[in-house]
Design a protein. Structure first.
Length: 85
């Protein structure tokens, strides 16, 4: 087998996939990534605070981020989007 030929085919397919995503699709995927980071930050806040009001804030922030994540994932699934590296 010709390794260069196989690599060329793989890279062409990747370029094709990237070109098929619209700006809105890429924005949606980036928003999903940002939302995951928000959930991680809220979880870290929950683990490091002891004030009851801050704990409540962390719980609310994580719940809001999870709800947003679920919503964005449902949109991505309806558009049949996959992660882009």
């Amino acid at each position: 087998m010709n390794k260069k030929f196989i690599l060329d085919l793989l890279f062409k397919d990747t370029d094709k996939i990237k070109r098929e995503y619209s700006e809105d699709d890429i924005t949606l995927l980036n928003n999903i990534t940002d939302t995951i980071k928000e959930m991680e930050v809220a979880g870290a806040l929950f683990n490091y605070v002891s004030d009851p009001k801050l704990i409540e804030l962390a719980i609310h922030a994580e719940d809001a981020a999870k709800t947003r994540y679920d919503y964005l994932i449902s949109i991505a699934k309806s558009r049949d989007l996959r992660k882009i590296d």
